[in-house]
Ligand binder design. Structure first.
Ligand code: TRP
Length: 351
């Protein structure tokens, strides 16, 4: 560690990582752990903001994700790894910050609007017209199953995660910008209301990480059904690669095409040292999509195999995982308790 600055990030426990999480976040985290005082956590409370009725897989999903983190190279000797719900100070600070959060900030949050739109669409696919969906989206009560207090409060909980450890930098994707802005605004608002600052104002860390699109060109996400998971068998991966979205203007193998919007090309940039050459060949109409996809899969296959091999040494070692999150919990609680105590003192709710 060559900086005392605190870096913090978390992920909801969706089970095995997909390639978007792996290339877009995890690889970066493993670099950051050598430079900063890092906290990485499993955001299990956050997954309850939507999947509150699907808690049966929560523990297994957390374990699977943690195992992937370790396999990717996160090292508990270099960073603090913990589970959000193991740190009760987070829930307490969340309550306090909730008191000073204007409702308008949450209702206007574009990430909230997008997510609720997506969830509403999934739930009412084909049953409701655009207008009724829009009305549901804009009404404050929304949909009974989707629009919960906890869901609206997602950004407050996320701000709590960050502020409670005095994090200076938060490595996140661009889609989290609005959430991070709320964390910064809350830090400032607290200082204005009580006349004393209690928190470091966090900054996003958009390191030049690879952008990994999903198979259809949208952001890769399990909920969009466009992901390749690290746990997938290789034949399924091969099929998914062969079905990836390409330039729709390219009809024949020797048509020239534009690789910029092509999913296959985005993956070549990650896996292929000759990506620039393939780009030129594609533009010149000298490379067909089938050959291009075959080459990509041939490059991905050994990496995926090696990951699965490496993972074996962590799999089923529940003692090891248990020990890691127990140690992480202690470190995270100590850091969180410090901030919480100072906040309560400033708010005069403790003697
Ligand atoms: N909202 C983040 C995501 O969906 C997960 C998250 C929760 C997070 N709390 C956080 C990320 C705090 C960074 C910092 O990816």
């Amino acid at each position: 560690m060559n900086s005392e600055k605190i870096v913090l990030s978390g992920m909801r426990p969706t089970g095995r990582l997909h390639l978007g999480n792996f290339h877009g976040a995890l690889k970066n985290w493993t670099r950051l752990q050598d430079k900063y005082n890092c906290y990485f956590f499993v955001a299990d409370l956050h997954s309850l903001t939507t999947a509150y009725d699907q808690t049966q897989n929560l523990a297994a999903n957390s374990q699977a994700m943690l195992t992937d983190w370790l396999t990717a190279g996160l090292d508990p000797r270099k960073c603090t790894i913990y589970i959000q719900s193991d740190v009760p100070e987070i829930s307490e600070l969340n309550t306090l910050l909730g008191m000073i959060t204007p409702l308008g900030w949450l209702l206007r949050n574009p990430t909230y609007k997008e997510q609720i739109q997506e969830l509403l669409k999934q739930k009412y696919a084909g049953q409701m017209d655009e207008k009724s969906l829009g009305e549901k989206l804009n009404s404050i009560a929304g949909d009974e199953e989707i629009s919960s207090f906890g869901f609206l409060g997602y950004p407050v909980l996320m701000a709590t995660d960050i502020l409670i450890h005095q994090a200076a930098y938060v490595p996140v994707g661009k889609d989290q910008t609005a959430h991070l802005e709320i964390a910064r605004d809350l830090a400032r608002r607290f200082a204005e209301i009580y006349g004393t600052p209690a928190f470091t104002e966090p900054e996003p860390l958009f390191t030049s990480v690879a952008r990994v699109p999903g198979l259809d060109g949208r952001k890769m996400s399990k909920s969009y059904n466009n992901a390749i998971s690290l746990g997938e068998d290789l034949e399924t991966v091969r099929k998914k690669v062969m079905a990836m979205f390409t330039d729709p203007n390219k009809k024949k193998a020797n048509d020239p095409a534009d690789p910029e919007g092509c999913v296959v090309f985005a993956f070549h940039k990650i896996y292929n040292p000759n990506a620039a050459k393939r780009c030129e060949e594609c533009k010149a109409g000298a490379l067909g999509c089938v050959a291009c996809k075959k080459e990509l899969f041939a490059l991905m296959e050994p990496e995926l195999k090696a990951f699965s091999e490496r993972r074996k040494s962590f799999e089923n070692d529940t003692d090891l995982l248990h020990k890691i999150v127990l140690e992480g919990k202690e470190k995270a609680r100590a850091s969180a308790a410090k901030t919480l105590a100072s906040v309560k003192k400033i708010m005069r709710i403790t003697q």
